[in-house]
Design a binder for this molecule. Structure first.
Ligand SMILES: [Fe+2]
Length: 506
């Protein structure tokens, strides 16, 4: 039996006569070349996503009009036990993307869903709600990914998640790259991206990676943004702001996320906080949009090496009011930490929290785009953690295309045997961390004894399994990404015991 027949025998066909869908030529031509995705799960709701287009490489709007799209949610893969149905709107101003926020679902349940338009049915996706906030919960698993440069490699690490039975994928950004780097496959256009159409084409290309598509069909994503998704450099001239607005809009159009950016606005609401049973409070602040200038030290006295990524810190970096999250987000995080009764308190940061000192030509250098460029702001978070006795703080980060496991102390130089927080930086899905960046970090490991593990060579993802007693992080790495078919295995595992900050190799 074909999938369409499942629907004919199920809720959609029964519901259709009451829906009075207007059939147009555009509607009939509309299909689902980007398949489906789900995201931003809560205990009772999840966002279902698709995008109508003639083909993945044809971004021409399929209609000047909004198009109604039927959706169905069922408890089974055949879509026979229908739970909810409705109509979503594919609007031309958002590239005929569809974002349906389905509520009224049961906590901690798997569901299946599909869309239908003009007689065409989408693939069936699977999604999952979260355990109810505060409810007793024994075990939770999620995957963490970041940084997928199309040209650097294939995204097959996602296929390693197929048997994980994780509740969601947390994506820490660099879902697309706006710049080419050369490699095993080419971007669709010359870089850099400037217009909305440019960004749409780039997202459309990335969505054609088969392993990424399978992952989206298999489980919900929680996606945040890092610097390559939407350039957030210091420049605030009109061209930079227009470009950022285009990037945000295209990002929204291609992601299963709940909140749309205002059209043509260079800002985007992406802050999220989740409570997963009584087990875990997860805070995902936005680390890019509201940070104070990264170029404070660029007054002629600055020194840089490794493509300018590692810099010699200047006095302005230490300014006590300096913020990475901005005051409003800092307050939000402060309240979440101070009021939490969860067993594990997790912050997802695109960039690493761990202090990391590098010696270069006899002088101290740091990676100032990370929290090392915002030491006072990092100190405020760590002070809150110690001051409020926050239970089991863990930071999850990405950005450096490397695995790094660290014990974060209150201040750089403090006893690494007495950490305040444990940090797991996950490696990239495909992006490379080239030798000029990797070598100084490897060379600096003896000077950074709080870093328990560092590996810039392997690609993959992170699998976190959380119980009341134990946090387990599996570094899941893939044997190759330069062609399709790489296989994922567990490279190393680290645990954190309840009540004892710091990672131990399992
Ligand atoms: Fe990256």
């Amino acid at each position: 039996m074909k999938r369409r027949d499942f629907l004919v025998g199920a809720g959609l066909a029964l519901a259709a006569p009451a829906l009075a869908i207007r059939k147009t030529a555009a509607q009939a031509a509309a299909a689902f070349p980007f398949s489906v995705a789900s995201g931003d799960p809560t205990a009772n709701a999840v966002v279902l996503w698709t995008r109508l287009a003639r083909a993945v490489d044809d971004p021409t709007p399929i209609s000047a009009q909004p198009i109604e799209v039927e959706w169905v949610v069922a408890s089974d893969e055949l879509l026979s036990d229908v739970v909810r149905t409705g109509i979503g709107l594919a609007r031309p101003e958002y590239g005929h993307s569809v974002h349906v926020d389905v509520d009224g679902l049961q906590p901690d349940r798997s569901y299946f869903y599909a869309f239908r338009v003009g007689g065409e049915m989408s693939p069936v996706g699977r999604t999952r709600t979260l355990p109810a906030a505060g409810a007793s919960h024994q075990r939770f698993r999620f995957n963490v990914v970041s940084c997928q440069h199309w040209e650097n490699g294939y995204f097959d690490a996602y296929d390693g998640m197929a048997d994980d039975d994780a509740s969601f994928v947390l994506h820490l950004g660099d879902y697309i790259y706006e710049v080419g780097r050369g490699g095993v496959r080419a971007h669709e256009t010359k870089d850099p991206l400037v217009t909305l159409e440019d960004y749409r084409r780039r997202h459309a290309l990335y969505k054609t990676d088969a392993a990424l598509r399978r992952a989206h069909e298999r489980m919900p994503f929680m996606v945040t943004l890092d610097n390559h998704d939407a350039l957030t450099e210091d420049s605030a001239d009109d061209a930079a702001l227009a470009r950022r607005a285009a990037a945000y809009q295209a990002w929204y159009e291609f992601q299963p996320v709940r909140h749309a950016p205002p059209l043509q606005a260079p800002t985007m609401p992406i802050l999220r906080g989740l409570d997963i049973g009584d087990l875990m409070r997860l805070s995902i602040p936005d680390t890019r949009q509201f940070r104070e200038s990264e170029s404070l030290c660029a007054d002629g006295s600055d020194k840089k090496f490794a493509f300018g990524v590692f810099q010699k810190p200047c006095a302005a970096i230490e300014e006590p009011g300096r913020s990475m999250l901005g005051r409003a987000q800092e307050n939000w995080l402060d309240v979440r930490l101070a009021t939490s009764s969860a067993r594990w308190n997790v912050m997802a940061s695109t960039v690493m929290m761990t202090p990391f000192d590098m010696d270069h030509d006899g002088e101290l250098y740091r990676y100032l785009q990370s929290w090392d460029g915002y030491p006072a702001a990092r100190g405020r978070i760590l002070d809150r953690i110690t001051g409020s006795g926050v239970a089991n703080p863990v930071c999850i980060a990405g950005d450096i295309h490397s695995s790094m496991v660290s014990n974060v102390m209150r201040r750089p130089g403090d006893d690494p045997k007495k950490p305040v927080m444990t940090e797991f930086v996950g490696t990239s899905i495909s992006s490379l961390w080239p030798e000029p960046l990797a070598k100084p970090m490897h060379d600096a490991l003896p000077d950074n004894p709080h870093v328990r593990h560092f590996d810039s060579q392997k690609r993959g993802y992170v699998r976190c399994t959380v119980t009341g007693d134990l946090w387990t992080t599996d570094l899941r790495t893939i044997d190759y990404t330069d062609r399709v078919g790489g296989k994922v295995t567990t490279d190393r595992s680290f645990v954190v015991e309840n009540g004892q900050a710091g990672a131990k190799e399992a």
